[in-house]
Design a protein. Structure first.
Length: 336
């Protein structure tokens, strides 16, 4: 067939590519594009995998179902104010916010006590009186460790100076580690259903001179590191609060001579808890903080004594079975 005839046949469509094949350069171009897309998708997937390993998404530690909440620890758990009174603390705000979002069937901070060290909290957890409160709890917070350390730190509020000795501080931090480990081991047996949250500590001396803060802050950082490590080893949750305060939180720790926060400081602690508990989905807003209702030491003791006397019309809660010397705040201790 001549060239002219072949051209005419092509024009009439009698010669078509077999199985729709395209010219060679089009095929190579298509393969290149498909290969590039595969490489792009592979690299994108690889980047997601690496990001998930290096920067894991925070997981919620939220308890499903009705919540029974018990707060253990020192005066921060009890809600001591800078004015040496007892009012709304972080545990109260936690209970309030949980009740807004879940069914809160029980809440108590009767096992909290100002001045408690980790040794005191361990003894309280082991006490017979604490068993009814802890046995049915499925959320437990613990504030313990600061009094092991802070009682060794001497603060001169007028001059803003801070003094402590390193060797006794190291010894106290080690004792806090041992006691907190024992506390968590006890709770695994006594409160097997509970998710346990260890509250970290903030820097309690924002009014001190800047040159005096470094050493004390290092000790608080050591304590937080110990608490975080112990929590991880026991499959408990650590709640860092120091970022919410920083080193200059005079708006949250307003008294130069007292280490306790005001209600705004307690709100910051509660919201730090919810960052762990609910991945930040629960938050206590400023307008949700209840009006102040401070109680003196004597008023609180009398109220607890009256509440511990059941009548025919009232149900007997586990906390009402506690002996007087196991009620919170039956004597004044000046530390956290």
């Amino acid at each position: 067939m001549g060239q002219e005839n072949l051209s005419s046949v092509k024009e009439t469509g009698l010669i078509k590519p077999v199985f729709g094949c395209k010219p060679r350069f089009q095929i190579l171009n298509l393969l290149y594009k498909e290969g590039a897309n595969m490489r792009k998708n592979f690299l994108f997937g690889l980047s997601i995998l690496i990001s998930s390993l290096l920067f894991p998404t925070p997981t919620s530690a939220l308890v499903n179902g009705p919540v029974s909440y018990v707060a253990l620890g020192d005066s921060l758990a009890a809600g001591q104010t800078p004015n040496r009174e007892i009012d709304t603390g972080y545990s109260d705000l936690i209970a309030q916010e949980i009740s807004r979002n879940q069914s809160l069937v029980f809440y108590s901070k009767d096992l909290s006590f100002p001045g408690f060290t980790t040794k005191d909290v361990l003894e309280r957890v082991q006490s017979k009186e604490a068993q009814p409160l802890l046995a049915n709890a499925n959320v437990i917070t613990i504030s313990a460790g600061a009094n092991d350390l802070l009682r060794l730190i001497q603060l001169d509020a007028k001059s803003g100076s801070i003094a402590f000795q390193q060797i006794p501080a190291d010894y106290s931090l080690n004792m806090a580690r041992e006691n907190m480990t024992a506390i968590l081991a006890e709770l695994k047996t006594i409160a097997p259903k509970a998710e346990v949250y260890i509250m970290g500590y903030y820097f309690a001396y924002p009014h001190a001179r800047d040159s005096q803060k470094i050493g004390a802050k290092m000790q608080v950082d050591k304590l937080n590191t110990i608490l975080a490590r112990v929590a991880k080893e026991a499959d408990a949750h650590f709640v860092p609060v120091n970022k919410a305060f920083g080193d200059t939180a005079k708006d949250k720790v307003p008294s130069p001579s007292d280490v306790h926060p005001n209600v705004e400081g307690y709100r910051a602690m509660a919201n730090s808890f919810f960052t762990v508990y609910s991945s930040g989905n629960y938050q206590v807003t400023e307008d949700e903080v209840p009006a102040g209702n401070p109680q003196s030491f004597e008023e609180l003791i009398n109220a607890q004594r009256n509440a511990s006397k059941p009548t025919e019309d009232t149900a007997v809660l586990p906390s009402s079975q506690l002996k007087e010397n196991f009620l919170a705040l039956t004597e004044w201790l000046p530390l956290i």
